[in-house]
Design a protein around this ligand. Structure first.
Ligand SMILES: [Zn+2]
Length: 296
């Protein structure tokens, strides 16, 4: 295990205990999440060493890396994924050019972008996901962004859907994407939001804490600070409406051992309504950002 002595975003050295969560997917180990006193970023601390992280992804239940058709839950998941892909394409927009996706999973979104006319590059560290992307969609995903041999300032869009929360080196990652992005390019980052209604409702059972796979846990303010620090300014934020329901279903399962579908849908919808009318802190938030030349 590795204990961080500095906040991965602002480098402040004073944290407080925030919550303790169990890894419900793979190891059943307990992990501590701490909160930075300065920027309020949450991070899993201590966390597995980088070389040990891979083993926490080895599970058949880690659904985002599978393409199984078995069971109604997986089928429903696939329908939701289709709806999600359509809505992600809307966020990506109609412009065409070079698009880099970091964390492509099994490649469904990247494939849709390719078919829509983008020149695509997909990066995915999981061998199993890359093999599935090749087998199912004939997509060649690259293991590591450094192996993609992309030129500086070459990408019109760089997107990370539910990826930044997994990243061990926040600063290195944001610096890398800034380098690869054209000066007028756009980044799209989606992450869970620990200030959402569903997060507060499920507390340590909130599925999107997903320790230790999730190393960083953002809300809107902490993301704005992290991106500002790396030379970006947020131009738009959006909700991911279905995520609140999906995460609530997983959280019900963790909390009670049952899926309690109707209750989960209720909590998910309350989270969306709460976001719309009160806090704007949705279950998962999409951040659209541009380079900020005033900052650097
Ligand atoms: Zn901080």
């Amino acid at each position: 295990m590795e204990t961080l002595i500095k906040c991965p975003s602002c480098e402040n050295t004073i944290f407080q205990d925030f919550i303790r969560c169990k890894d419900n997917t793979v190891s059943n180990e307990i992990f501590e999440i701490v909160k930075c006193n300065a920027c309020e970023l949450l991070f899993t601390n201590p966390r597995p060493k980088i070389d040990d992280l891979g083993k926490y992804y080895e599970s058949n239940e880690y659904i985002s890396h599978t393409s199984s058709n078995k069971g109604w839950f997986n089928r429903l998941y696939k329908i939701a994924r289709f709806v999600n892909i359509r809505s992600k394409l809307t966020t990506i927009g109609n412009k065409r050019g070079n698009l880099l996706e970091i964390g492509s999973g099994t490649g469904e979104l990247l494939d849709a972008c390719k078919k829509a006319g983008w020149t695509t590059t997909g990066v995915e560290p999981s061998d199993r996901a890359r093999i599935n992307a090749k087998k199912n969609l004939n997509l060649n995903l690259i293991e590591d962004v450094d192996k993609a041999e992309l030129k500086d300032k070459s990408q019109d869009i760089i997107m990370m859907w539910h990826v930044l929360e997994h990243v061990p080196n926040l600063k290195e990652t944001t610096e890398k994407i800034r380098k690869l992005l054209k000066d007028d390019g756009t980044i799209i980052i989606a992450v869970p939001n620990y200030k959402s209604y569903d997060a507060k409702h499920y507390k340590e059972n909130w599925a999107a804490y997903d320790v230790p796979r999730h190393l960083l846990h953002f809300d809107k303010t902490t993301m704005a600070k992290a991106l500002n620090k790396s030379g970006f300014r947020i131009i738009e934020t959006k909700a991911m409406w279905l995520d609140s329901i999906y995460v609530s279903m997983l959280s019900e399962k963790i909390k009670t051992g049952r899926r309690n579908t109707l209750k989960a849908i209720g909590v998910g919808m309350l989270s969306n309504i709460n976001g719309i009318f009160k806090t704007k802190e949705y279950s998962s938030v999409i951040y659209v950002a541009k380079k900020d030349f005033k900052k650097l």
